[in-house]
Ligand binder design. Structure first.
Ligand code: SAH
Length: 231
């Protein structure tokens, strides 16, 4: 199975903190708006079926539901999914979102496909990202759109995303990220093409954890999105 148990344990143990905007998952809250804007700019959300892979506690999943999507959130970790389900009830979204404890690879064995597939801040936590990308592609309808976000394997990303975020500013728990698992845009794009996806764009984005602000930037040396379309 393309799941690292150490990763699952990390997210399971902190799950109850998922919706604390000032807690361990604060960066996911802070970057949510920019990714929702990026996704909405490049695909139609209202009325679309969306699969949110590695949804965690459902930060993105809920935003997409609020924009009129028909979302399914999946995650192999039980803790975050339990939190996601409870939070959906709290928000009155329980009939709008379906949450399943599974992986993209497992779900891809069913025939069902989605208009939009998102996998945000996931591929740097899986043993074999190319395998995940293949599963994302097979879960997408022909003509549908896939959105990924991750962190580049560049020294500057080590300084910003690990030293800065985990050791200096303490906005992420230490050990959240491992440098060797970061992925270069060229590698992610190649995996997408190998999975018969057509890469539409790689878009860098910046997160300033002190100002808690985000912006799209021309260079993808730290955080970036990749948008691809299923042919
Ligand atoms: N996508 C969410 C959560 C990101 S945190 C967001 O951006 O808001 C990373 C998530 O990846 C965790 O919930 C973790 O349980 C999940 N994860 C870990 N291994 C995975 C795998 N192999 N497949 C899918 N998700 C995985």
């Amino acid at each position: 199975m393309n799941v690292d148990p150490v990763e699952i344990k990390k997210f399971d143990s902190l799950a109850q903190r998922w919706w604390d905007r000032n807690g361990e998952f604060r960066p996911l809250h802070d970057i949510n708006e920019i990714r929702v804007r990026f996704i909405s700019k490049h695909t139609k959300i209202p009325g679309s079926t969306v699969l949110d892979v590695g949804c965690g506690g459902g930060i993105l999943t809920e935003s997409l539901a609020n924009l009129g999507a028909i979302p399914t959130g999946i995650d192999p970790a039980q803790g975050p999914l339990t939190v996601a389900k409870l939070h959906a009830v709290e928000m009155g979204l329980q009939d709008r979102i379906r949450y399943l404890q599974t992986t993209a690879e497992e779900l891809a064995k069913d025939e069902k496909q989605f208009d939009v597939v998102t996998a945000m801040e996931i591929v740097e936590h899986v043993p074999d990202f190319a395998e995940t990308v293949r599963a994302l592609a097979s879960l997408t309808k022909p003509g549908g759109n896939v959105f990924l976000s991750t962190i580049n394997r560049k020294p500057i990303a080590y300084v910003v995303a690990i030293l800065g975020a985990e050791y200096v500013l303490n906005v992420l728990p230490r050990g959240t990220h491992e440098y060797r698992k970061f992925i270069k845009p060229s590698e992610l794009a190649q995996a997408a093409r190998n999975a018969h996806l057509s890469v539409q764009r790689v878009q860098g984005y910046r997160y300033n954890p002190i100002m808690r602000s985000t912006s799209l930037v021309p260079d993808a040396s730290v955080n970036y999105f990749l948008h691809a379309q299923k042919l």
